[in-house]
Write a protein that binds this ligand. Structure first.
Ligand code: FMN
Length: 376
């Protein structure tokens, strides 16, 4: 007889599409605004992601599939050869350090500004973001977006497919289609932002159409086993109002499941929520759950470990953590050994800045310098 605690399921291996994951901890996508003005990843991003290669999977931050989809200054993109080359340096370093990576594809829709992208943002309907937005000259009022025509919807779908091919070319194992957090795809789903009366607006079957078309096109471009989709049922960030969360998400998830993507990524998943259980039952492949840890306040001391284990017990397959990975390059090892976690040090450096607050979070052994970088 031994009294040793049972090994946490977080550290069990898992299969995801083409990948064997050594553990079930996923680094959630986090935009850190450390690319060039043209969306090319800077060398400090190579270091940042290589430091976190022990994650079961890294989902790299939002990358824009087309110029008009840009949200904020200095976010990354994946529609030009220079951007692909910049991302390739990141994936090569992560692979050399033993890691695995998907890239999130994000079109901001109405979350964008002409002073940032040089273009008027686009959206399902001409309804502006009901809050100010960061631009190169600071916060400004949002502008009224142009309503996408049916032809422009088709070309946006094609942009996602091209961006997915670029991501694979850059060395990513796959892409995560961002249909969460109030960006373009979510704007089509939500009643508050979609007032269209054509085949893309109105009833649930119409409002899910654009997301389904994007995922189908991306899956056709790179294979469904290389595609994930992120959703955030009921989340109100970026002024989004679903209107009928409990009706539209089951319909969306059933339609997406028929396309066979590798995973569904559920933001702020709560194992007690009936919708979470309903979606688990509808989804045949991997379910990645990002637990509710309290947004706007400090993280729990365990970074989300306990909530992650509860979600695994409720049927999730992988657990995505954001801020705990941001502040702990060796998060997997710390959680495995029960070592204390670094807290997020400076919230002002989350979305802007250089190496400080980005690459200087220490590992248990001291500040990390990946061997791959020192050997160059
Ligand atoms: C600095 C920062 C940037 C983020 N950027 C993105 C992003 O690019 N795409 C996205 O889907 N979510 C983004 N998120 C949300 C995270 O993926 C995650 O859902 C959120 O941090 C909650 O997880 P946590 O409580 O473990 O931090 C971001 C969060 C933070 C803190």
């Amino acid at each position: 007889m031994t009294n040793a605690p049972a090994q946490s399921r977080l550290f069990e291996p898992a299969r995801l599409g083409p990948l064997d994951l050594p553990n079930r901890l996923v680094m959630a996508p986090m935009t850190r605004n450390r690319a060039t003005a043209d969306g090319v990843p800077l060398p400090m991003m190579v270091t940042h992601y290589a430091q976190r290669a022990s994650a079961g999977l890294i989902i790299a931050e939002a990358a824009t599939p087309s110029p008009v989809g840009q949200t904020y200054p200095n976010i990354t993109a994946i529609h030009s050869p220079a951007q692909v080359a910049g991302w390739r340096r990141v994936t090569e370093a992560v692979h050399a350090a033993g890691g695995r990576m998907f890239l999130q594809l994000q079109h901001g829709g109405r979350v964008g500004h002409p002073d940032t992208s040089g273009l008027t943002p686009v959206a399902p309907s001409p309804i502006p973001l009901p809050e100010t937005i960061v631009t190169p000259s600071g916060h400004q009022e949002a502008v009224v977006p142009n309503e996408l025509t049916v032809e422009e919807i088709a070309s946006t779908v094609a942009d996602f497919a091209a961006a997915a091919r670029n991501a694979v070319d850059a060395g990513f194992a796959g892409v995560e289609v961002h249909a969460a957090n109030g960006h373009l795809l979510h704007q089509f789903l939500a009643q508050g932002t979609n007032h269209r009366t054509d085949a893309y607006g109105g009833p649930v079957t119409h409002r899910i159409r654009f997301v389904v078309e994007v995922v189908r096109a991306v899956a056709a471009a790179i294979g469904p086993e290389r595609v994930g989709v992120r959703i955030s049922p009921g989340v109100t960030v970026n002024g989004i109002e679903d209107g009928d969360t409990d009706r539209i998400y089951p319909a969306l998830v059933a339609a997406l499941a028929a396309l066979g993507p590798a995973y569904l990524h559920y933001v702020f998943a709560d194992p007690e929520q009936p919708l979470f259980r309903q979606i688990r039952a509808l989804w045949a492949t991997t379910l990645v759950a990002n637990p509710v840890l309290g947004w706007g306040g400090p993280l729990p001391a365990d970074g989300g470990k306990l909530k992650g284990e509860q979600l695994l017990a409720a049927g999730a397959d992988l657990i995505a953590l954001g801020r705990a990975f941001l502040a702990n390059p060796d998060l997997v090892e710390r959680l495995r050994t029960g070592a204390p976690l670094n807290p997020v040090r400076d919230h002002g450096l989350m979305y802007v800045g250089g190496e400080a607050g980005y690459n200087d979070y220490p590992t248990l052994a001291g500040t990390p310098v990946p061997a791959v970088l020192t050997s160059r």
